[in-house]
Design a protein around this ligand. Sequence first.
Ligand code: SAM
Length: 215
Amino acid sequence: MPAAYIPALKYHFLTPIYDWFIRLTMPELKVKNRLIQQAELHAGEKILDFGCGTATLTLLIEEQTTDCVIIGLDTDPQIMAIAKKKISQKKSAITLLIYDGKTFPFPDRTFDKVISSWVFQHLTTPQKIASFKEINRVLKSQGELHIADWGKAETKLMRLLFFVVQVFDNFYTTNDNIKGKLPQLIQNRGFQQVEIVGNQSTLFGTLSYFKAVKT
Ligand SMILES: C[S@@+](CC[C@H](N)C(=O)[O-])C[C@H]1O[C@@H](n2cnc3c(N)ncnc32)[C@H](O)[C@@H]1O
């Protein structure tokens, strides 16, 4: 049975406005381009966008790389329908896959890099742990994980603003983020050199950029 998942804007009826909402409220392209820059993608690499949603990040990765194999993975068929439409409009070679939220549909050591934006805020602690385990499994040795997601608030204002996200999204999925627990959760799943590469203040709180290397 597929695991339960939270849609991009919590409710399915809001999914059609996801792209519009995130572009209006967040420095979306700045965040996604910064994450791509952080990942230092090289020609010929195999790259997974975990929780790709409408595939905005996935398409940016394709635009900024050559000869890479790029796969977008998500649990939600509704948002993936939007992603598929965007990808076919761009005549892209990206592969999009829907999975059960538990086991990634890839053999061990498939990818050079896994990239992910704004996904872990939607996962319970056990789902985060299971996802980091799966990401670790499908990464090659010395493969890298790059994440942009909510982190520990840098100021009281950022903490206050993040309260809005917690009320809207859920406290039980966002607490790990705001309590600064993501690095430890990643490290415990077989990663080394887990670091917060940078922080950015946004309308909804502190966004952190994480990097980890598979041992
Ligand atoms: C806020 S959206 C972010 C989408 C995209 N990464 C972006 O930055 O625009 C969160 C995404 O995570 C997906 N998601 C939720 N649970 C998931 C899981 N267990 N595995 C993979 N994706 C999941 C949702 O379907 C949704 O597309």
